[in-house]
Write a protein that binds this ligand. Sequence first.
Ligand code: GLU
Length: 549
Amino acid sequence: MDYMKLAELLFGDIKTTPEDIYALFPERNLPEGAMVTRIAPSPTGFVHFGNLFPAITCERMAHQSGGIFYLRIEDTDAKREVEGAVEVILKAFKTFRLNFDEGATIDGDNGAYGPYRQRQRENIYKTFAKMLVEKGMAYPCFCTEEDLEATHKAQEEEKSNFGYFGKWAKCRDLSFDEIKANIDAGKSFVLRFKSMGNCNNKIKFKDLVKGDIDVSENDIDHVLLKSDGIPTYHFAHVVDDHLMGTTHVVRGDEWLSTLPFHLQLFRALEWKAPKYLHIAPLMKMDGDSKRKLSKRKDPEAALTFYAKEGYAADAVYEYILTLLNSSFEQWRMTNPDKNAREYPFQYKKMSVSGSLFDIVKLNDVSKNYVSRLTADEVYDYVAQWAKEYDEEFYKLFTRDEAYSKAILAIGRGGKKPRKDFGIWSEVKGYMDFFFDELFTPDYTYDEKLDKEDILAILSEYMSVYDENDDNSAWFEKIRALSEKHGFCGDMKAYKENPDAYKGNVGDVSMILRIAVCGRTNSPDMYCIFNILGKDKLEERINKAIAALN
Ligand code: GLU
């Protein structure tokens, strides 16, 4: 067979040569050890939470090594494409501060190795497809869907492996004249790789996460170009990763099975393959068993879930780091004030088996994260979140900025900051009693207390309250009030002889808390009273008294 003639027959319209293309994609000039990584999503309009794992890994590897992190849009499957999907991807990555150095932008490209949308690279793929045909390494296949189904059936009957290979590869040995006749007859064709592999041969492969693995050689004549001339993922990503200078590919381990084919393609094209890191899918517990975090079943699989619930992107980022590198938590404890991006991420420490998604742990990480923020920072985050997701609360929350910030400042700073909430949607429930519009008190006092005592304490409180008191003077007054009404002012003395008192100073504080906040749990009451101010305090206490009568 004259392969040059065949290449001309199939790709007569392709005038560019591999050399022309190489000239457009010069080797990158980066310092020794710099890694070039990429994220290569399909524009389906959905970003899975699990996508953040390879994304953070790639971004860290590139940026910690002085390399490049880029975005390539794998849009070869037009059927799955959704309008505005690139925007969704860019927005999601921006939220998590995963900044691309180059790649697709909303309406174009940024960088010298583009285009970064695969459908705009058709000529490039065809140039290399033509080259493979010239080398006798690729051929047109005219089999129809029905032909392939018949083959599959026959393979089933013979208990053979499935796929287009060996004796089943009917078009592999067509002569030039047969091919020409088919083309002249207007038959459509796909371009297949002519595999020389033998599936009984094992090849050794070193995955940077999974370690040494043995894989079988590929013997299937996989499709390189579909009948519309659009490449398959296999072919396109090999061409792109080579030309774009990718040094490390981080991707889901569902690609491990076709890895031998990818390596074979790199060899056929005489290119050095990048290093691969295959990572297992994110799992979650479902009853007693583990399963993949599923887009269909789990709302938390969608990134939009986190935005809506009001998780801080940086908290989610920290949580993912705890799953990616088990030493992160230790680092965080020793470096409570550092930005998580200062953590020296190591891909070598990534877990081989799939990480387990645990929302309780995420919430815990979030609470810790939020507790380290300043009141001003929390204010900005909450305002931004509420503006989009809770307009009613947004209005109240931003009505008096200083007031809201004072509330948020309670228990903040210091060595042991309060951890009342970890997500912005919890803030309303945390501080609603500060706003009359949201104040729905539950005046349920401890059953052991006498109504008369409650009334007496509440009625007297404003006469002792002084907004100029410091914390200890304020508490002394509650203690004095307690003793006056037969409640023990000293916890130790109370414990020694509880029957001698109606209760203790804790009970009296609780009466005041329920009256003012309308609930039994709240942050520091001294701060609350100060923030509410004397008039509001009096109004609340009068309201509580009225409710008792
Ligand atoms: N487009 C592929 C996917 O969405 C990318 C895999 C890769 O990173 O190579 O799964």
